[in-house]
Design a binder for this molecule. Structure first.
Ligand SMILES: [Zn+2]
Length: 453
């Protein structure tokens, strides 16, 4: 007899997560005159989320499937995603365009509160219950033709006066909870890097970082975060922002951009004031070296800002050397240096496991699903990030999802099968649907080969 299909846990499984998100969407500010509203804000946001949950490469394909030509998808959007009515793509764009992307924060927060409640976050905790938060920026849109009033603009050097030949772009700063030993990540928040209302100046990662840190501190006052970032963040104003909001940090330092800091380290090394040690792995012959130094001034401008420094290097049998340096607010000791090194190196997970996954593993980040005149591009980017969070929560904690995932080597294949299942079988609830996604062969019908996937 086959093993029983695992059961859903409400805070980490698709039906519960979608109910949580829907409740948060019900609170999103809707500025339309309610008497003339045909489609609700929540239905429009849930439809947008469904596009990314189902990994549709375009709004048009979603629309074709969701509208009357595909009654199966329309049915499933109602039963599985809880839509009362399914807006067409142009209606959805029009409804979502004026929504401020910060309105999506409630949905991220609601999911993370659920994870806290079910004690799931303990799997991601380090250093006495703290969470590693990797923060980095990525491009989400770029065009020489399409633009909105929030686009940042890069003008060609030869033509600074008009928009001719200009590149319009949006970027996004993402904050993602990571763990050195876990392959999944948990997106926590995002901040669009776009021009503010009425501004003619480009936004930048540093300003967006300031807004994001303040927002995170206000939303999660009781969480202990250790922020991990690249060398761009190793500057006085940014460290002051982190300290002001009581966040710890482990940030990459580079001799090129932190020259004074490295000079001080050299001096202290000459004076024998660094703690340094090496170990050799007997099996691989890999030499690992550590140097630590406490209370070093960040630079000549911010001498009052004292940071702790960790250098780590590896030399293999062939003599090939790699080294890394970080500055940190944490006290670094021979006992915790390895753990801090691993935490610092987990920073790349926001690039590899998050942005690259979102660009290459079915989420189509960077494709334009519609730009809009106000916020549409950023709202759709936020919904994509939210769909990614929901998938990662399931992959991290949901046993039902785990049973399906194990059957698919690549995520791309997993999502193709999901979309095929969604357009094939009318489902009344998630458990039955996920059984079909898991093993369609166990059901009494087959997927027609001419059905679009
Ligand atoms: Zn724009």
């Amino acid at each position: 007899m086959a093993a029983p299909f695992a059961r859903f846990r409400p805070d980490v499984s698709m039906p519960g997560l979608l109910t949580t998100v829907r409740t948060a969407f019900d609170k999103v500010n809707d500025k339309r005159r309610q008497a003339s509203v045909q489609y609700s804000m929540s239905d429009s946001l849930m439809a947008g989320l469904a596009i990314f949950s189902l990994k549709y490469p375009s709004l048009l394909m979603f629309d074709q499937h969701a509208r009357s030509s595909e009654p199966v998808s329309n049915h499933n959007l109602r039963t599985l995603f809880g839509l009362s009515q399914v807006p067409c793509d142009s209606q959805m764009r029009a409804i979502l365009d004026p929504v401020n992307p910060s309105e999506l924060r409630g949905a991220f927060r609601a999911i993370h509160s659920g994870l806290q409640r079910s004690n799931s976050l303990k799997d991601f905790q380090l250093f006495n219950g703290k969470l590693l938060l990797s923060i980095d920026g990525t491009g989400t849109f770029s065009s020489t033709r399409i633009s909105c009033k929030h686009c940042c603009v890069k003008k060609p050097k030869r033509n600074q006066k008009s928009d001719e030949g200009s590149e319009f772009y949006h970027q996004m700063l993402g904050a993602v909870i990571v763990h050195p030993e876990r392959s999944t990540v948990l997106p926590l928040d995002f901040e669009p890097i776009t021009r503010a209302d009425g501004s003619n100046k480009n936004d930048c990662e540093r300003n967006a970082g300031k807004r994001l840190i303040a927002s995170l501190a206000a939303q999660y006052p009781k969480r202990g975060f250790i922020v991990i970032e690249d060398a761009l963040a190793a500057n006085g104003p940014h460290l002051k922002t982190l300290i002001e909001h009581r966040m710890d940090f482990i940030i990459v330092a580079k001799p090129g951009s932190n020259a004074a800091l490295f000079e001080t380290l050299d001096q202290r090394m000459k004076q024998g004031e660094l703690q340094a040690w090496e170990t050799v792995d007997e099996k691989t012959g890999l030499l690992r070296g550590y140097r630590i130094c406490e209370q070093v001034p960040l630079n000549n401008t911010h001498t009052e800002l004292l940071v702790n420094c960790l250098e780590y290097y590896e030399i293999d049998r062939q003599g090939k050397e790699h080294n890394w340096q970080w500055i940190s607010s944490l006290q670094i000791t021979p006992e915790n240096a390895e753990q801090i090194m691993r935490a610092g190196r987990a920073r790349w997970k926001i690039e590899n496991e998050t942005f690259n996954a979102a660009k290459n593993q079915g989420y189509h980040m960077g494709h334009s699903y519609g730009h809009g005149k106000q916020y549409l591009s950023s709202v759709l980017g936020g919904l994509m990030f939210l769909a990614f969070l929901i998938d990662q929560v399931q992959e991290s904690f949901c046993r039902v999802f785990g049973e399906i995932r194990i059957h698919h080597k690549s995520r791309r294949n997993l999502w193709e099968r999901l979309r095929a299942a969604f357009t094939t079988v009318k489902a009344s609830e998630w458990e039955g649907f996920m059984r079909f996604w898991h093993k369609p062969g166990d059901f009494a019908f087959e997927i027609p080969s001419d059905r679009p996937t």
